[in-house]
Design a protein around this ligand. Structure first.
Ligand code: F6R
Length: 617
C-alpha cells in the first residue's frame, strides 16, 4: 500500500528518496512522485507506473536540494494518473504533501476550501488536506513556543481530519523544516548522522540508520537539520524513544535469488529456527514466551480464545484453532478481522483475543484489536514487525523473528506463525491436560522442523517440473481435511494472488456439496494428506475426482500408502508430529505456486492490485 519517504540532511535528496521508494516497492503501488526543495521552491515530479518511470523523469532534472518528500501511491480516491499521484501542492503553492490513508471528510473540507478560493486539480482526498494546511498557514498560523507557523498550521489542520493518515509535508517558506504525522497509518522517523528520514517502514531507511522513532497515533514531528521535536494534538513537545532496529541490510535484498518470494521460501528453516530460539523450557517439555504478559494463573481462567486476522494470517488462525483445541482443549473461534470489528459479536467474559499479523499494520486487524480492547478483553498479538502499531497496542505479544518479508505473497511469515501457534498450543496444553511426555514429544518434533523443511526444499526441481505441466490451466481446486483444510485455503490463495489463476480451497469432503461440478480434465485438484485417521477418506475423495477425469496432484506425508497409479503427480513431505504436518505440507504448494507464476511470466514479487501491508479498509 502507499509508501512515504522524506529526507533532510546533507545528501542529494533526489537520490535518497529514489532509493527509499525502490525499497518500498514491495508494499504495492501504482504511481510514484517526489518534491524536492531546490533553490527557492519545490520541484515536483509525479508519474503513474513504476518508480523507474519517476527515476527517468527526475533524472532529466538538475536537482541538488537536500530536503524532499516522496511517495508511492496505491489508488483509493481517484484513478491511476499522473495528476492523482502524490505529492499534492496547495493551490496557492505554499504547501506540498504526501499522504497515506483515507480522509473520510475530504468532501466537506473541499466544499469549505472552494468557498475560500482554493482550487483542485486532482480527484484525491490528499489535495483537500494540502489546501487545508495552506488555509491555516495563511489565515491563522503563527509561531508558538519555538514551533514554526508551518508546524502550527499542520497541527491545526489535522484536528479537522476524520479518517486515517501518515503524512510528510513541506512549506515553500521553510527550506529547513519537514513535518510528519500519523493517525492509523504507520510512520517512522530515522535518526541518522546529520540527517533524518521519514518513512512508512524501516526497509526504506535501513541503509542510512538503524535508529528509529516509531511515531504513535496523534503524534506530529517537526524535523529540522539538527533536531526533531514531537508533539501531539494536545501537548507541544513530548518525549521520544529512539529504538534500534536489528535488521541487516542483506535481509531486505534479493541476493542471488531471482525473486524475494523464492528467497523467503528458502529462508524458512532459518525463520522457524528463529521463531523457536530460546522459547523452550529447560526440561524440554513446554514453551516460554517473554512478552506474553499473562501469568499461568490468569491463563487458566481463560475459557475461550478468539483469533482474528486477515488473508494468509487468517489461515494461520485456522491452524491455531485446530492445534489449540486438539492439544490444549480450549474452545477457539476464528473471525475475519474486517467482520469482527463491525459485527459486535457477544464474547464470553473470559475470552482471550489473539491477532496474527505479519506487518502489524493491517488496518482491519488493528480495528479488531482496538474493538476487543475497548470491550475490556485481554489481547495478544503474533507479529513479525517489531515496533509495529499492533505489536505496541496489544496487551502482550509474541514476535515471529522471521526477518523482513518483502515478497507480497506471504511465505516464511506464514510458516513461522504456524510454529508459534503450535508453541502456544503446547504452552497452554501443558498448563492444562497435556502430560510431560507428550510435551517432550512435541518439543522434539518442533526442533526437527527446520531440517525436515530443508528436505522438502530439496524437491524444488521436481516441483518446478510439475509446475511447468500445470501452468496452462485456468482453474484449480485445493482440497484437504482437518488441519490440512487451512493449508488448502492457503495453497489456493498463493496460486491466485501471484499467477492470477482462479483457485478455490475447500475441505475435501465438501467437494461433493457443490465444487465437484467444476471437476473435469480442465480443472486439476491439489489434495493434501497425512498418515492420519482421515487418510482413507481423502483417498476416497481423490477417487471421486479421478472418476470425473480430473487431474490430481497429491501433497502427502512419506508414510501414506497411496494406491499405485491413483494420482497424476505427487509431492512428498517427511512424516512428523501432528503439530508440524501443516507446516511441512505448506512448503510444496508455495513452491508450486511460485513456479507456475514464473512459468506464466507473472511479476511474482509485485502481483497486480496487491499491497504488502493493507492500511486502508
Ligand atoms: C497473502 C498475504 C495477505 C496477508 C494479509 C494480512 O499472501 O500476505 O493475505 O496475509 O494482508 O497481512 P498481515 O499479516 O500483515 O496482517
Amino acid at each position: 500500500m502507499c509508501g512515504i519517504v522524506g529526507y533532510i540532511g546533507n545528501q542529494t535528496a533526489k537520490t535518497v528518496l529514489l532509493e527509499g521508494l525502490r525499497r518500498l516497492e514491495y508494499r504495492g503501488y501504482d504511481s510514484a512522485g517526489m518534491a524536492v526543495y531546490d533553490r527557492d521552491g519545490f520541484n515536483v515530479s509525479k508519474k503513474s507506473g513504476r518508480v523507474a518511470n519517476l527515476a527517468m523523469e527526475v533524472g532529466k532534472r538538475e536537482l541538488e536540494g537536500s530536503l524532499g518528500i516522496s511517495h508511492t501511491r496505491w489508488a483509493t480516491h481517484g484513478g491511476v494518473s499522473d495528476s492523482n499521484a502524490h505529492p499534492h501542492v496547495s493551490s496557492d503553492g505554499k504547501i506540498v504533501l504526501v499522504h497515506n490513508g483515507v480522509i473520510e471528510n475530504f468532501g466537506d473540507m473541499k466544499r469549505f476550501l472552494l468557498t475560500k478560493g482554493y482550487t483542485f486539480e486532482s480527484e484525491t482526498d490528499t489535495e483537500a488536506l494540502s489546501n487545508l494546511i495552506a488555509y491555516h498557514y495563511e489565515k491563522e498560523g503563527r509561531p508558538t513556543n519555538g514551533f514554526s507557523r508551518f508546524f502550527m498550521a499542520v497541527r491545526k489542520a489535522l484536528r479537522h481530519v476524520e479518517g486515517t493518515y501518515g503524512i510528510a509535508a513541506l512549506c515553500v517558506d521553510c527550506p529547513e523544516e519537514m513535518i510528519g504525522a500519523r493517525k492509523g497509518s504507520p510512520l517512522i522517523l530515522g535518526v541518522g548522522q546529520d540527517e533524518f528520514l521519514l518513512a512508512s517502514d524501516v526497509s526504506a531507511i535501513i541503509t542510512h540508520t538503524s535508529n528509529v522513532v516509531y511515531l504513535n497515533d496523534d503524534e506530529i514531528v517537526s524535523v529540522t537539520r539538527d533536531k526533531f521535536q514531537i508533539s501531539t494534538s494536545s501537548e507541544l513537545g513530548v518525549d521520544a524513544i529512539i529504538d534500534t532496529v536489528n535488521w541487516k541490510i542483506e535481509d531486505s535484498e534479493k541476493g542471488d535469488y531471482p525473486h524475494f518470494m523464492l528467497k523467503e521460501i528458502f529462508e524458512q528453516p532459518a525463520a522457524i529456527e528463529n521463531a523457536m530460539r530460546g522459547r523452550f523450557s529447560d526440561d524440554g517439555s513446554t514453551a516460554n514466551f517473554g512478552g506474553w504478559n499473562l501469568s499461568p494463573h490468569e491463563l487458566r481462567q481463560i475459557d475461550r480464545i478468539l483469533f482474528t486476522s486477515c488473508g494468509t494470517a487468517w489461515h494461520a488462525c485456522l491452524v491455531a484453532e485446530h492445534l489449540i483445541e486438539r492439544f490444549a482443549r480450549i474452545p477457539v473461534e476464528v473471525e475475519y478481522a474486517s467482520e469482527f470489528r463491525y459485527r459486535n459479536a457477544p464474547l464470553d467474559k473470559n475470552t482471550l483475543v489473539f491477532v496474527i499479523t505479519q506487518s502489524g499494520e493491517t488496518i482491519d486487524t488493528l480495528g479488531a484489536l482496538r474493538e476487543a480492547k475497548r470491550k475490556g478483553y485481554r489481547t495478544l498479538a503474533i507479529s513479525n514487525v517489531v515496533g509495529s502499531t499492533i505489536a505496541r497496542e496489544a496487551d502482550g505479544g509474541i514476535y515471529q523473528h522471521a526477518g523482513p518479508e518483502i515478497g507480497v505473497a506471504s511465505t516464511k511469515a506464514f510458516t513461522s506463525q504456524l510454529v508459534i501457534a503450535a508453541m502456544v498450543a503446547l504452552y497452554v496444553g501443558r498448563l492444562r491436560d497435556m502430560s510431560f511426555a507428550s510435551g517432550v514429544k512435541m518439543v522434539e518434533a518442533l526442533k526437527e522442523l527446520p531440517d525436515k523443511i530443508g528436505r522438502v526444499l530439496k524437491q524444488n526441481d521436481h516441483i518446478k517440473d510439475i509446475a511447468r505441466r500445470y501452468a496452462h490451466y485456468a482453474d484449480f481446486l485445493f482440497l484437504g481435511r482437518q488441519s490440512m483444510f487451512p493449508i488448502a485455503l492457503e495453497g489456493s490463495l498463493k496460486l491466485k494472488e501471484i499467477s492470477y489463476i482462479h483457485a478455490e480451497g475447500y475441505p475435501a469432503a465438501e467437494m461433493k456439496h457443490g465444487p465437484i461440478a467444476l471437476i473435469s480434465e480442465d480443472c486439476p485438484s491439489v489434495f493434501f494428506a497425512s498418515n492420519d485417521e482421515v487418510f482413507h477418506k481423502v483417498i476416497s475423495n481423490i477417487q471421486e475426482v479421478k472418476a470425473r477425469k480430473g487431474k490430481v496432484i497429491l501433497v502427502h506425508a512419506e508414510s501414506c500408502d497411496v494406491p499405485e497409479g491413483l494420482v497424476d503427480d505427487a509431492i512428498i513431505f517427511p512424516d512428523g508430529h501432528e503439530a508440524i504436518i501443516p507446516i511441512l505440507a505448506t512448503v510444496p504448494v508455495q513452491l508450486l505456486s511460485y513456479h507456475i507464476a514464473v512459468e506464466r511470466g507473472c511479476d511474482v514479487d509485485k502481483p497486480r492490485n496487491l499491497a504488502k501491508s493493507v492500511t486502508v479498509e
